[in-house]
Design a protein around this ligand. Structure first.
Ligand code: NAD
Length: 250
C-alpha cells in the first residue's frame, strides 16, 4: 500500500485529493494548520474505512515539517507520494504595498514548503526506487497577475523547482509534476469578495464558462500520483477549462 502525504488537506483541493487517494487504496496523511477542519475531514475518511492520519503541520516551518514527516513514517511507513498542495493567496496588493511579513508568509507557505518536504523525502524515495511528487501550482505559475505579485512569484518558483526535481531525480523512479489550476470553487480560489467582479469577466471568456470543482483537480493529481504516470515527468499542466488556451478576445 502506497503512503501519501497531502499538505493543506483540511479543505478544498487538498481534502478532495486526500479523499481520492484514499479511495484508490493509499494510506494518506493529511497535514494542515487548521486543526478543527482537519479533524473533520480526516474523520469523514476514517468513517469510510480508509487508513488516514491527521497531523498538524505548518508547511513553511522546517521543524514542523520534519516532525510531521517523522510521525507519518512512524505511523504509516515510508512515503511514496507527496502532494505539495498547501497554499495561501494573501491580500491583493500592488508590489509597493507588500510588506516583508506578507512576502515571507506567502513565499514560505507556497514555495519554501516544497523545498522542505522534497529535501527530506527525495533521498528516501531514491532508496525505494520509486516516488511521485505532485506540486499544486497555478496558471499564475506561468502568467503574471496584477496585485498578486508574491503569489505569482511563489507559483513561478514552484514550477521551476518542479522541473528541476524532475531533471535531478527522474533516473531513480521518481517523477515530479506541477498541476496548474485556473479557478476552483474553494476558500482561496473564487470565494473571496475581492475577486467576484474580475471572476465574472474571466468566466465570460472562459471556454467552459464555469469554475472547477476541487474533485476535478484531484483527479489529475491522483493520476500523476499513480504508478501509471511513470513517463510524465517535469510536466507543467494547466487545468483551467481552457482559459489560458486563447487570448480571450471573443
Ligand atoms: P483552500 O484555502 O481551500 O485550502 C488551502 C489549505 O492550505 C487550507 O486547508 C489551509 O489551512 C492550508 N494551509 C494554509 N497555510 C498552511 C500552512 N502554513 N501549513 C499547512 N497548511 C496550510 O485553497 P485551495 O484552493 O484548495 O488551495 C490549494 C492549492 O491550490 C493552493 O496551493 C493554491 O495556491 C492552489 N490553487 C488554487 C486555485 C483556486 O482557484 N482555488 C487556483 C490555482 C491554484
Amino acid at each position: 500500500m502506497n503512503v501519501a502525504i497531502v499538505t493543506g488537506a483540511a479543505r478544498g483541493i487538498g481534502a478532495a485529493t486526500a479523499s481520492l487517494l484514499a479511495e484508490q487504496g493509499m494510506a494518506v496523511a493529511l497535514l494542515d494548520v487548521e486543526e478543527a477542519a482537519l479533524a473533520e475531514t480526516t474523520g469523514r475518511l476514517a468513517e469510510k474505512g480508509h487508513l488516514v492520519r491527521a497531523l498538524r503541520c505548518d508547511v513553511g516551518l522546517r521543524t514542523s515539517v520534519e516532525a510531521a514527516i517523522l510521525e507519518v513514517e512512524t505511523q504509516l511507513g515510508a512515503v511514496q507520494v507527496l502532494v505539495n498542495n498547501a497554499g495561501v493567496g494573501g491580500p491583493f496588493h500592488r508590489v509597493d504595498e507588500v510588506s516583508d511579513e506578507e512576502w515571507d508568509w506567502i513565499i514560505n507557505t507556497n514555495l519554501k514548503s516544497v523545498f522542505l518536504f522534497t529535501r527530506n523525502l527525495l533521498p528516501k524515495m531514491k532508496a525505494q526506487g520509486y516516488g511521485r511528487i505532485v506540486n499544486v501550482a497555478s496558471i499564475q505559475g506561468f502568467l503574471g497577475s496584477a496585485r498578486s505579485s508574491t503569489y505569482v512569484a511563489s507559483k513561478h518558483g514552484m514550477v521551476g523547482y518542479t522541473r528541476t526535481i524532475a531533471a535531478e531525480w527522474g533516473a531513480y523512479g521518481i517523477t515530479a509534476n506541477a498541476v496548474c489550476p485556473g479557478y476552483v470553487d474553494t476558500a482561496l480560489g473564487i470565494q473571496p469578495a475581492a475577486v467576484q467582479d474580475y471572476l465574472a469577466k474571466v468566466m465570460a471568456k472562459s471556454p467552459v464558462q464555469r469554475v472547477a470543482q476541487p474533485r476535478e483537480i484531484a483527479e489529475l493529481i491522483a493520476f500523476l500520483a499513480s504508478p501509471n504516470a511513470g513517463y510524465l515527468n517535469g510536466a507543467v499542466i494547466p487545468i483551467d477549462g481552457g482559459i489560458t488556451a486563447h487570448v480571450g478576445i471573443t
